[in-house]
Design a protein around this ligand. Structure first.
Ligand code: TTP
Ligand code: MG
Length: 397
């Protein structure tokens, strides 16, 4: 039924590889890109030479320094990485317009329509890898399959310079023995939950009872069950087709506390706002989705006079919608925020800091810089962190 041809490309040790390319004296050496090792902060990435010492992304930089004191420590040069990312995209665009960028160094390509023209999907994968190496002096790993999840999994299997194809008949041999953390969307919390119920491999999740999974993990359960069985119908969504940006979370245990719901909305708004700004988009309509403990789902939306991509406005609208749909009698199982009715932000608009939102825009832009440098956990608004107890961190990954 699923006859798509999907390629996932992920650059190897991206920031570090760019630095090694541009500074030949760093080649073959442990290079760690991120914060200053004498200050607080985290590792953005490490060259494969540095990974041998146990250094990895998101590790506190001080710890990296203890593990690898003779490493070469460099700050991020985001402008440069963005430039290289655009060049990589130009390579992709030779083969298909159906490109979904996931981050600066990672993208999905749907080549279902163009594969034949270029001698097949594997030929395209090889040519992309070669072009990136020859023209840009960098290495990439390529995964090929018939859906996004399997293509992404494939690109990760033999890094660096990996080239892995997963066909339907390979699932049992190549996918099922892998640990559950390789399932797309499984972070440390969900991993722990799965391990607790004895599911340590993807194969065991595939064989598990879907209803049991749903009881334990909410809507994430059936989703993971499908992925584990090699089913993923999500389309490759080219950036030009973005119609909305949304994010939702299912709570590990249902929530009645209004402050906690609001804190979660703040976090969702932040995530959606960040995505819109990254894609240079704004939207007119904010939609709130709420599912209560009885699995009843409510959605409400409101439309703004001016399109926005600012966290505070998305949050304000979502919070007002919450008051409309939620009377506090039932516990809440899931919350989601989506912004739709999107419009492209003109470059010059991004530069205009003259209206009353000036400070907010400046602050948000500064926060985004930090997020893109250090990752999402690095900074959040006060509402999110000021709560006692687990706060919104109690959600699933
Ligand atoms: P990744 O593709 O996750 O990592 P990588 O390309 O450095 O290494 P590999 O794919 O070979 O395992 O992320 C791409 C870039 O994103 C990475 O070079 C730096 C940045 N990044 C962060 O800034 N913080 C992070 O926590 C992660 C995971 C990545
Ligand atoms: Mg990478």
């Amino acid at each position: 039924m699923d006859e798509r041809l999907v390629i996932h490309v992920d650059m190897d040790a991206f920031y570090a590889a760019v630095e090694q390319r541009d500074n030949p004296q760093y080649r073959g050496k442990p290079v760690i890109v991120g914060a200053d090792p004498k200050k607080r902060g985290v590792v953005s990435t490490a060259s494969y030479e540095a990974r041998r010492y146990g250094v990895h992304s998101a590790m506190p930089i001080a710890e990296a320094f203890r593990l690898c004191p003779h490493g070469i420590y460099l700050r991020c040069d985001m402008a440069k990485y963005r430039r290289v990312s655009r060049q990589i995209h130009q390579v992709f665009a030779r083969y298909t317009p159906e490109i979904e960028p996931i981050s600066l160094d990672e993208a999905f390509l749907d080549v279902t329509k163009s594969a034949r023209l270029f001698g097949g999907v594997q030929q395209i994968g090889r040519e992309i890898q070669q072009a990136i190496q020859q023209e840009l002096g960098l290495t990439a790993s390529v995964g090929i399959s018939y859906n996004k999840f399997l293509a992404k999994l494939a690109s990760d299997l033999e890094k660096p310079k990996g080239f892995v194809v997963i066909e339907k008949e390979d699932i049992q041999k190549k996918v099922w023995p892998l640990p559950v953390r390789k399932l797309w969307g499984v972070g440390p919390k969900v991993e722990q939950t799965l391990l607790r119920i004895g599911l340590d491999t993807i194969g065991k999740v595939a064989a598990a009872n879907c209803t049991t999974l749903e009881k334990t993990l909410g809507s994430m359960g059936p989703h993971l069950h499908r992925l584990a069985n090699g089913i993923d119908n999500r389309p490759v969504e080219p950036y030009r087709d973005a119609k909305s940006a949304g994010k939702e979370v299912t709570f590990e245990t249902d929530v009645a506390d209004r402050e906690r719901l609001l804190a979660t909305l703040a976090r969702l708004a932040e995530s959606v706002g960040y995505r819109l700004r990254r894609e240079r988009l704004k939207g007119y309509t904010v939609t709130l989705k709420l599912r209560d403990e009885d699995f009843k789902t409510f959605t409400r939306n409101s439309t703004l006079d001016n399109a926005t991509n600012l966290d505070s406005i998305i949050y304000r609208e979502a919070a007002q919608l919450l008051d409309k749909v939620y009377d506090g009698t039932k516990k809440v199982r899931l919350l989601g925020v989506t912004v739709s009715n999107l419009t492209r932000v003109q470059e010059e608009q991004m530069q205009i800091f003259m209206d009353h939102q000036e400070k907010e825009i400046r602050l948000t832009t500064a926060v985004d810089e930090i997020k893109s440098k250090f990752g999402h956990g690095s900074i959040t608004r006060a509402r999110v962190v000021s709560l006692p107890g687990k706060g919104p961190g109690g959600q699933q990954d």
